[in-house]
Design a protein around this ligand. Sequence first.
Ligand code: HEC
Length: 119
Amino acid sequence: MNKLTGITLLAALLLTPLTGASAAGAPAGSAERGKQLYMQHVCYSCHGTVGQGGGKAGPKLAPDPFPYDAFESQLREPRNVMPRYPKKFVSDQALADIYAYVASIPAGTKADDLPLLRR
Ligand code: HEC
């Protein structure tokens, strides 16, 4: 391996965690850690523990959350009454983890598929 190849490889390795994106174009994050952060930052108090929404307190977040960019700008500069989460309190990595958690929440069973609710 020549020196240039070595440097290129090293740069690629160093940059991977920064550019490693998930399928949704979001930075890589840990859903497990994100769940803890979601609870710790009391997102659940308005949006529900599985992002199901809390009526007027906060809209539904999952399944299929906003694209990452919109999610990030809502936390950094909320549109309306939601509290702001600056980097000082929720780092970029924490935000990616929270997003990974919200994005990992599966859709619930459709009402039509619940035998009790079938007419
Ligand atoms: C005090 C209640 C409250 C808390 C706590 C809260 N939110 Fe919100 N959130 C809201 C409300 C209300 C909105 C609607 C837009 C607004 O008011 O800015 C919202 C909007 C959003 C949206 C945009 C979704 C949409 O359909 O408009 C996202 C994403 C979001 N919140 C994520 C979070 C995350 C992640 C946390 C925790 C780090 C959090 N929120 C904490 C109340 C809250």
